[in-house]
Ligand binder design. Structure first.
Ligand SMILES: [Zn+2]
Length: 376
């Protein structure tokens, strides 16, 4: 049986629902120490993380990923039990098969193969692994990056194993992600009787034209890598439930998904200028969940593209679509970052699965990427 498949099964059989690692990292560490990696376990709060490195010199290539998985939902709805790692009709079934224990297995086996063929490779290979990617992500990758910065260890190339592919493994590489900026806006009015509006101030009437202007604003035009920044209202709440009361306040929740043509400070300033122009009395609470990042070109993108072509005979496409990922914590350090992993069609779903043969393809893509960057 395939080494990668066997390891992926062993990882799936460990029930590592966020933030519980359930021994997945022990298993990975054992395999990495056996081929000469120095490992540092880093527990922050209730989260297990580790940093492993083989080599002292640069460039530093890092595989990044997570051992935690999302909950299964009702296990009775699964065709195959979610933690048994059953292979049926060429598909590996189980929670984490695609997101992202299959990738973790492929990374480890790729390193074993690469190190066997190139024991004196150039630079260094590293692993940055967390068990809190699917949860709050406060004690995971972000903390390991702070720890690395204190040690003045800088990643040059980072390959995140998130399931980036759409129809077949390697058809899509994510070379960036949009930023996400959320906001809770509370517009204050004066509550009163609808029959005596001169004694009240209606916050819905005041908020509406300001929201219309925010929704109609062209924040930027995007660029070659990103679509234009979008503003979306997700919630509006006001009113007491009574039909004869003007509400005292109106709460609006909205979110920006933004390109590299703008930034947090610019969006905040332009939003507040519009609110001020409309004369609103308001409080505002901003929350940035990720800066946009982009690795437009460079050795890492080139190496991954070549590796995919060599391995599958087919070209790949670069994309920045989709939600946020831990790449947002790594890219600000200046590292080149790409996400390259299995097909994402069933991630977070009941009956999550991945094509078992494609895990071997993924392992060969990873091995070939290492060769392009670090073969002596
Ligand atoms: Zn994931």
């Amino acid at each position: 049986m395939s080494n990668t498949l066997e390891l992926a099964q062993a990882l799936i059989q460990r029930r590592s629902i966020t933030p519980d690692d359930a021994g997945c990292q022990d298993l990975m560490i054992q395999r990495l120490e056996a081929i000469g990696f120095q490992v540092e376990r880093l527990r922050f709060g209730d989260v297990d993380n580790f940093w492993a490195r083989r080599g002292q010199s640069g460039p530093l290539f890092c595989f990044a990923g997570h051992t935690d998985v999302v909950p299964t939902g009702p296990e009775s709805e699964w065709t195959h039990p979610p933690f048994e790692a059953v292979v049926a009709d060429g598909q590996l079934h189980g929670r984490g098969a695609a997101d992202m224990k299959g990738s973790l297995a492929a990374m480890i086996v790729a390193c074993e193969n690469f190190v066997a063929a190139h024991p004196d490779h150039k630079g260094s290979i590293a692993f940055l692994i967390t068990s809190d990617e699917e949860g709050p992500a406060d004690n995971g990758t972000v903390k390991v990056m702070e720890w690395l910065e204190q040690r003045q260890e800088a990643i040059d190339y980072c390959l995140v194993g998130e399931p980036s592919s759409t129809d077949r493994v390697g058809d899509i590489i994510k070379n960036g992600r949009r930023g996400s900026l959320g906001c809770v806006l509370t517009v204050k009015g004066i509550q009163g009787h609808v029959a005596y509006p001169h004694l009240a101030r209606n916050p819905v009437h005041q908020a509406a034209p300001a929201l219309a202007e925010l929704a109609a604003t062209q924040w930027d035009n995007g660029n070659d890598h990103f679509p234009a920044t979008s503003f979306q209202v997700s919630n509006i709440q006001a009113g007491t439930g009574a039909t004869n009361v003007i509400p005292g306040h109106c709460e609006v929740v909205f979110n920006f998904r933004f390109s590299t043509e703008t930034n947090e400070a610019d969006l905040r300033q332009r939003t507040e200028a519009i609110l001020d122009k409309h004369g609103l009395e308001y409080t505002i609470d901003w929350k940035l969940s990720g800066h946009p990042f982009l690795t437009a070109e460079g050795e890492l993108v080139e190496a991954a593209q070549k590796a995919i072509l060599n391995t599958t005979g087919k070209p790949t496409q670069l994309s920045t679509a989709g939600g946020t990922s831990d790449g947002r914590f790594i890219a600000p350090s200046g590292a080149q970052v790409v996400e390259l992993g299995p097909v994402n069609a069933t991630i977070h779903q009941v009956d999550e699965h991945t094509n078992a043969a494609e895990l071997d393809t993924l392992e060969r893509i990873y091995t070939d990427t290492l060769k392009h960057l670090l073969a002596e």
